[in-house]
Write a protein that binds this ligand. Sequence first.
Ligand SMILES: O=C(CO)[C@H](O)[C@H](O)COP(=O)(O)O
Ligand SMILES: [Fe+2]
Length: 230
Amino acid sequence: MSFDRKIKIAPSILAADFANFGAECEAIEAQGADWVHVDVMDGHFVPNITFGPATCAAIRPHIKGVMDVHLMIAPVDPYIEAFANAGADVITAHVEAGPHTHRTLQAIRGAGAKAGLALNPGTPASEVEYYLDMVDLICVMTVNPGFGGQKFIHSQIDKVKQLRALIGDRPIHIQIDGGVDPITAPLVAQAGADVLVAGSAVFKGGSVSNPTPYGDNIRTIRAAAEGVWA
Ligand SMILES: O=C(CO)[C@H](O)[C@H](O)COP(=O)(O)O
Ligand SMILES: [Fe+2]
């Protein structure tokens, strides 16, 4: 996985057909997705349950590019190796998930994955200050984690700007997760984000048997985000 700051669209399969993950991952990649975002929820850290490492391992052969695993679980550390063994390229843990974030990030890199750190909407940008040499990605949650299809929280745009300044020249991605669509994408891109997770806005109107809307949606979000650089 090489580093660049070009806009990357990462469809969240939280909005896909759960009975058809393999085909859904193949369809979104064929339609232009850069990364595939995989939301793991435990019913404890967040009020919803999705799936675990076995499902990630099952979908891995259906993803050619980056499998980006967003862990909304606590505790995190006992499961890092399982998600790395399942083939995750990026493993993102929440700073709010436990007291030993430093150890968690070490464990993710130690397991051979890129390390991501996610911040809930109420968590300040300054939380990342002492982890900057240990992270490959910072995920700004622009909704409260747990569900797809929620409304984008605009106050987080200022947090993205603060993170951009804190990161400086370091090769760290800023990812946005929640409520990304063609209206909000340019706002976060302009603030300095480069990886845009989008669930409902990518999968709406399409299906495995009719995947063209996935491509249209991805292109529209990308063009809106890239417009700021024109
Ligand atoms: O982590 C998540 C929720 O906790 C999802 O990745 C996120 O909500 C994407 O869905 P949408 O684009 O529909 O908001
Ligand atoms: Fe997510």
